[in-house]
Ligand binder design. Structure first.
Ligand SMILES: [Zn+2]
Ligand SMILES: [Zn+2]
Length: 375
């Protein structure tokens, strides 16, 4: 048994240091998980230099796309996961451990992604916990999901971004949206703006939901090549097709009657893309905005577009926790014909975390992951 754990601590914007902490004794309802892998998210890139509005209190340990193995399991820790699958020490799991399950948002609104409460286990949580380290706290309250045996750990690291991508597709498929004309489902045409991990996974989720034509608009070409390899029908490179009007024409040419796509999923983090999406989507279509979890400023919008086009305009704040399980099921069930492994383009050791974040910042990677050296 290790007596200490390591973590990458951001002490101030852009100031990273590695620290050792004692491996604290936990309550009997809890466990530690030894981190096998943690993905670098676009959000990590932004918070590195504090360019986002989250109330991060320094110091903290970043990293939230975590897969690990259960260790130091307490006596009263659950014996089964969220789906009733037996779990024990040594099993690979993912956890969604940031909602309370009992506040107004969690229970009455049934929207745990908007949780306003404090998780009941928060006062048991050890100091300085995040995915860029070698251990992560697992509260027994869960939800906890066992990683299916056929799914490699690196692919399981896609669960967190996939949970957001699935949430966007579910949002567009909601009955009140579908009632206004099938905008995402069997036979639909979907444009995803953004060729990063979330954009690509949203395109895949749309395909799995029945879309027959899926178009990804983004850059660089290396990312678009991965999109093509994973079955996306058409890609449009914004570095070679730089004029938004040209891109609009290209998309209209691809859609029936040049009406435009039934659904647009905006996943770029560039405010101008939102306006481009509104101009692209067909009349009566749907636009889901999942590109701006970070405040990137304002952009002029003509509200007439919303009326004239009768657009279903949907926002989304992170993903419902239950989608961690959905993401695992989809990754496990479809990996024989969708090569998810190609999404993981760069691997770094924990001590090279800064290089991992720099790679993600330069868009060199599709998904960079950090693998603690001790694993
Ligand atoms: Zn993320
Ligand atoms: Zn809550």
């Amino acid at each position: 048994m290790s007596l200490t754990r390591r973590a990458a601590v951001l002490t101030a914007p852009g100031e990273l240091t590695f620290r050792e902490f004692p491996l604290e004794e936990l309550a009997s309802s809890d466990a530690w998980m030894k981190i096998k892998i943690c993905g670098v998210c676009g959000t990590d890139v932004h918070i590195w230099n504090a360019s986002d509005p989250y109330p991060w209190a320094y110091p903290f340990v970043p990293g939230h796309e975590i897969v690990g193995t259960l260790t130091h399991v307490g006596r009263e820790f659950p014996k089964v996961d969220e789906y009733g699958v037996p779990i024990q020490e040594g099993d690979r799991i993912v956890v969604q451990a940031f909602t309370c399950g009992r506040c107004y948002a969690c229970r009455t609104l049934m929207m745990p992604n908007l949780c306003i409460g404090t998780p009941p286990w928060a006062n048991r949580m050890p100091a300085m916990i995040g995915g860029f380290g070698d251990y992560f706290f697992v509260p027994g309250e869960g939800p906890i999901f066992r990683v299916p045996d056929n799914l490699p750990t690196s692919e399981a690291a896609l669960v967190e971004p996939f949970n957001i991508a699935i949430g966007a597709v579910q949002r567009a498929m909601a009955p009140e949206v579908q009632g206004k004309g099938n905008t995402l489902g069997p036979g639909s045409t979907v444009v995803v703006q953004g060729a990063g991990t979330i954009g690509l996974l949203a395109a895949i989720a749309a395909r799995l939901a029945g879309a027959t034509q899926v178009i990804v608009i983004g850059a660089p070409q290396t990312r678009l090549d991965i999109c093509k390899a994973l079955g996306i029908d058409h890609v449009i490179n914004i570095e070679t097709m730089t004029d938004p009007r040209q891109r609009l024409e290209a998309v209209l040419d691809l859609t029936p009657h040049r009406l435009g796509p039934d659904t647009v999923i905006e996943a770029t983090g560039v405010p101008a893309a939102f306006v481009e999406g509104l101009e692209m989507v067909r009349r009566g279509g749907t636009l889901v905005e999942i590109g701006h979890f970070i405040d990137k400023g304002t952009i002029p919008v003509n509200p007439h577009l919303l009326c004239y086009k009768h657009i279903n305009l949907l926002g989304m704040w992170v993903g419902p926790p239950a989608n961690f399980g959905v993401a695992l099921k989809l990754l496990s069930a479809h990996r024989d014909h969708i090569d998810f492994s190609r999404i993981i383009t760069h691997r770094f050791r924990l001590e090279d975390l800064e290089a991992a974040v720099a790679t993600a910042r330069r868009f060199d990677s599709m998904k960079a992951v950090v693998i603690p050296e001790s694993n």
